[in-house]
Design a protein around this ligand. Structure first.
Ligand code: 1CP
Length: 335
């Protein structure tokens, strides 16, 4: 197995690696124990010692190649002055967006508010074996905007009125988010992270005629920044279907995470000059062991002769049995 960092920088080898999105968190009893003693989620993310400990929990349990820092994409709006709360069984809730306050925030204030996250990365790196990569992450500007303006009605519908509100200049907000996303990436790398993953979890909600402005351009600007800084990067434009091809060609990330709707063979034929990661439906870990291993085989087999990072098509679900995760990793290692 090869470190994720090496795979992303040296794409011409048929190297393999494995980690899982949301590997640190909700489905692990040792995480739930810490969480039950720390009701305020933002405060937990800002507790460097606990955050480092949670990051390392899946590394202690499973034979995986990378750790992803325990934090959240909503730490960016938090550091840009918005109140962020996580309501039990409902998800995040952000205070009313205040454009003036948002545009007013500066780099020093932003980095100071997120200092505990960087400290957690430093601590984790010290306790993580050298041959394992530490993954930093950000939410892509559009996905952050969805939360900042509270645009999402439910998992598949959006309140377009909010998007078309004449008093709101979407591009102005996206530009500020791009700038501060790059600052957050750089700070995380300086603290000891090796790679960044850019989660555009709600890219699939973008109206088709806005996909260039709201998805391709912001991701391109961030990837260009990473390239300038020599930071290995992986994009995850979830839900954009066949637009994965345009995305890869235009944005040119080092790595691309497939979502579970993308056919692996289609991806292998259409996505060029990029390291492919993930794809397996996290729901398959809830099915019988046979079904899970059959599903995994399709991905491992399809990508056996090109660089491939074994991972999922979205994060591990809270109801996943950790023993299933272990089984899946063992199966992959023995394949
Ligand atoms: O209540 C709890 O115990 C908190 C659950 C939880 C956890 C464990 C949330 C709330 N965030 C996290 C950690 C987290 N979030 C990590 C680090 C852990 C790991 O990956 O191993 C990461 C990478 C994220 C990223 C994240 N947060 C994304 C992008 C990935 C994705 O799943 O699409 C998104 C969209 C969020 C927002 C968020 N944070 C938490 C929830 C419940 C949500 C999603 C809410 C929604 O559906 O709108």
């Amino acid at each position: 197995m090869t470190s994720l960092k090496k795979i992303l920088s040296d794409k011409n080898l048929s190297w393999k690696s494995v980690w899982f999105m949301r590997q640190a968190g909700r489905y692990l009893p040792e995480f739930r124990k810490i969480r039950s003693q720390n009701q305020n989620f933002i405060e937990l993310c800002l507790n460097s010692k606990l955050s480092a400990e949670i990051t390392l929990q899946p590394i202690k349990r499973f034979d995986i190649d990378s750790a992803i820092i325990f934090s959240d994409i909503l730490m960016t709006p938090y550091a840009l002055g918005q109140d962020v709360k996580f309501i039990k069984d409902q998800g995040p809730e952000l205070s009313e967006f205040n454009l003036e306050r948002f545009l007013d925030s500066n780099e020093r204030e932003f980095s100071e508010k997120l200092f505990p996250v960087y400290k957690a990365i430093e601590l984790t790196r010290k306790n993580l074996n050298k041959d394992k990569s530490l993954i930093a992450f950000i939410g892509a500007p559009w996905t952050l905007l969805v939360y900042i303006l509270n645009i999402k009605k439910n998992k598949t519908e959006m309140d377009l009125n909010k998007l078309n509100n004449k008093n709101i200049n979407i591009n102005q907000i996206l530009d500020k988010l791009i700038k501060f996303s790059c600052i957050h990436i750089k700070n995380q790398i300086n603290a000891g992270a090796d790679i960044v993953q850019i989660f555009d979890s709600w890219a699939g909600l973008i109206p088709l005629n806005n996909i260039k402005d709201y998805c391709f351009i912001p991701n391109t600007k961030i990837v260009e920044f990473c390239k300038k800084e020599k930071i290995p990067n992986i994009c995850f434009p979830k839900g954009i279907k066949e637009k994965y091809e345009d995305f890869t060609r235009i944005v040119k990330p080092d790595g691309i995470n497939l979502d579970y709707e993308i056919d692996p063979l289609w991806a292998k034929n259409r996505l060029r000059d990029v390291v492919i990661q993930g794809g397996l439906d996290p729901k398959i870990l809830l099915k019988s062991e046979g079904e899970m291993l059959e599903g995994a085989t399709k991905y491992i087999q399809t990508f056996k002769d090109i660089p491939y990072v074994f991972n999922l098509g979205h994060g591990l679900l809270p109801e996943t049995d950790p023993d299933r995760v272990k089984k899946l990793i063992e199966f992959y290692r023995n394949f």
